[in-house]
Design a protein around this ligand. Structure first.
Ligand code: CP
Ligand code: NVA
Length: 309
């Protein structure tokens, strides 16, 4: 049976732990120049409806590192752009490649793709979730703190796709999450309910100061996600007061780290001083996209490979 990664909760705790442990090992191997062609001869199709820097580069380089190949396909160039149905594209792709990564506006598009595919499908970001980002984020948090157990994470800003996956991931990690958003920009109720029903400790607050109190990890993201450009003016106004500043970071734990999936907008969701400052781990976080996704690809595409005992 095929396994997809469409929501971060498509993984159980054991699978998540395994991916992060393997990612750390793959990072060590890459840095030591040890070849690791676990996916030799395999192809990954990468379908993009929206722009990307990190996701595209990390999946493409990741497949190369693993001895395979990645195909960059944007929807304007595919027949999808001229109306070919997702269900036909999914079945055709399944005849050619070993796996597909899809970045789409609508989460439903990725679910439809998976429904008609006979190969693993990976969500490379939708309007609802960004699970690959969270794999890298959790790896980065583990590198810094050794474990996620007992940590508190503060999300400041928009209750968006990345925030949703972070909230859901706390079901697997046990991290307590406090989310501060302006009214009307909270994460969707069904995400909060799903996480709480599975035992996650999620707090919704109105001001960034209460969210960061006692936090070991402070996270933010753009105030205007891809597809929301038409709401830019309204959003910039609504999010005033939600910038992660040095003063805000001082209210978190002394050893707290600052994280951001990037791309960042200095002077909006974060100041230049914070993102360039000593608490910022954003470039480790970006690099870890590569290692975490390589571990994910091996787990989905080569079930019999054991990277680390
Ligand atoms: N963080 C992230 O997914 O970046 P890209 O949009 O550049 O892929
Ligand atoms: N929330 C952002 C994340 C970008 C990686 C967006 O969807 O545009």
């Amino acid at each position: 049976m095929n396994k997809d990664l469409i929501s971060i909760l498509d993984l159980d705790q054991g699978e998540l732990d395994r991916i992060i442990t393997d990612a750390v090992e793959l990072k060590r191997m890459r840095r030591s120049g040890i070849p690791h062609p676990f996916l030799a001869g395999m192809n990954l199709a990468m379908i993009f409806e929206k722009s990307s820097t990190r996701t595209r580069i990390s999946f493409e380089v990741g497949m190369n590192d693993l001895g395979g190949h990645a195909l960059f396909l944007n929807t304007q160039d595919l027949q999808i752009g001229r109306g070919e149905e997702i269900r036909d594209t999914a079945r055709v792709a399944s005849r050619f490649v070993s796996g597909v990564m899809v970045r789409a506006y609508r989460h439903q598009t990725i679910q439809d793709f998976a429904r008609y595919s006979s190969i693993p499908v990976i969500n490379g970001l939708s309007d609802r979730e960004h699970p690959c980002q969270i794999l890298a984020d959790l790896m980065t948090i583990r590198e810094r703190f050794g474990s996620t157990v007992g940590l508190r994470l503060a999300w400041v800003g928009d209750g968006d796709n990345v925030c949703n996956s972070m909230i859901l991931s706390s079901v697997l990690t046990g991290m307590e999450i406090s989310v501060a958003t302006p009214p009307g920009y909270e994460p969707p109720n069904d995400i909060i309910d799903a996480a709480r029903e599975k035992g996650a400790k999620i707090q919704l607050v109105k001001d960034p100061e209460s969210a960061v109190e006692g936090a070991h990890v402070v996270v933010t993201d753009t105030w205007v996600s891809m597809g929301e450009e038409g709401e830019r003016g309204k959003r910039l106004e609504a999010f005033k007061g939600f910038t992660v500043t040095t003063a805000l970071m001082k209210k978190a734990e002394a050893d707290a780290v600052f994280m951001h999936c990037l791309p960042a907008h200095r002077g909006q969701e974060v100041t230049d001083e914070v993102i360039e400052g000593p608490q910022s781990v954003v470039f480790d976080e970006a690099e870890n996209r590569l290692h975490a996704q390589k571990a994910l690809l091996v787990s989905l595409l080569a079930h019999d490979v054991k990277i680390k005992d």
